[in-house]
Design a protein around this ligand. Structure first.
Ligand code: URA
Length: 269
């Protein structure tokens, strides 16, 4: 039977146990193309499925079948993607996204690897109570760090991410329709900054909480597309650069995971 939203079956995904999760449904074909070029494999011709925001390509990284499935923006649709992929046998999930940095030292084009997320979302509370931590799986975290170290030209940072349901008020943006931010969010960016939170994004709370709570392996890497201590708007060039860096790190992290380096070293959870 096909997974209801993703329109995938276990047969279609051919035993893939790892999934990369970008948000934008236009990104899976681009990522699948990069992977094919890197491993000198035929370019992918069509998605396995594309229904609503969920577009899936099947690729191969270091000899392992790997899915690239877009989740759309935000926690609710990310939980659908993870839940349905897990029903089909996928066990490792790496969110590959974009992000706004809130520490002055982090530049556009850098990469942030999330060790844990502040759960400023609602979706994750449907899988585990708010007291439950949104933390990356240690093997995925180490693989992402190894991937970032091996990626030429990528400055990377590892730490805590604030993961918000909204792009505007929840990330204290004033360039919205109303220009108003609820009082409870006013000053939050500075507060998170002082608490050594690195960045804002919108899916890691759901991805990491679900994976931990369901006994799956989860991680998150984001390309920084704006530094929020300097400005609010994201530029097109910064967006492309941030996306490319995060994808490169994620692909290299999958190579590390497939080769089982951390498992052999006794770090299996
Ligand atoms: N994604 C976010 O959620 N926030 C940003 O500032 C940039 C990308």
């Amino acid at each position: 039977m096909a997974a209801y939203h993703l329109d995938l079956t276990a047969r279609k995904i051919r035993g893939a146990r790892i999934a990369l999760l970008p948000g934008d449904p236009f990104r899976p074909p681009l990522m699948a193309r990069w992977v094919a070029q890197r491993y000198r494999r035929p370019l992918p011709s069509a998605p396995l499925a594309h229904k609503r925001e969920f577009c899936t390509y099947l690729t191969e990284i270091a000899g392992a079948k790997v899915l690239i499935t877009s989740t759309g923006i935000g926690g609710p649709s990310a939980t659908i993607a993870i839940d349905e992929l897990a029903q089909l046998g996928v066990r490792t999930f790496i969110r590959v996204g974009t992000s706004g940095a809130i520490q002055p030292r982090i530049r556009a084009g850098d990469v942030v690897i999330t060790s844990g997320s502040v759960r400023l979302d609602g979706a994750s509370t449907h899988y585990a109570p708010v007291e439950y931590p949104a933390v990356a799986h240690p093997e995925v975290l180490l693989a992402l760090m190894a991937g970032a170290k091996a990626s030429p030209g990528s400055r990377f940072h590892v730490g805590i991410t604030a993961s918000s349901d909204t792009f505007y008020p929840g990330q204290e943006r004033y360039d919205s329709f109303s220009g108003y931010v609820l009082r409870r969010f006013q000053g939050m960016t500075e507060e998170w900054r002082r608490l050594h939170v690195l960045n804002y994004e919108m899916e890691s709370a759901a991805v990491l909480t679900l994976c931990a709570a369901l006994g799956l392996r989860g991680g998150c890497v984001s390309g920084v597309v704006v530094n929020r201590t300097q400005k609010e708007r994201v530029g097109a060039g910064e967006l492309r650069r941030g996306e490319e860096r995060a994808v490169e790190v994620a692909i290299r992290a999958v190579e590390v995971l497939v080769r089982g380096r951390f498992r052999r070293e006794g770090l299996k959870g």
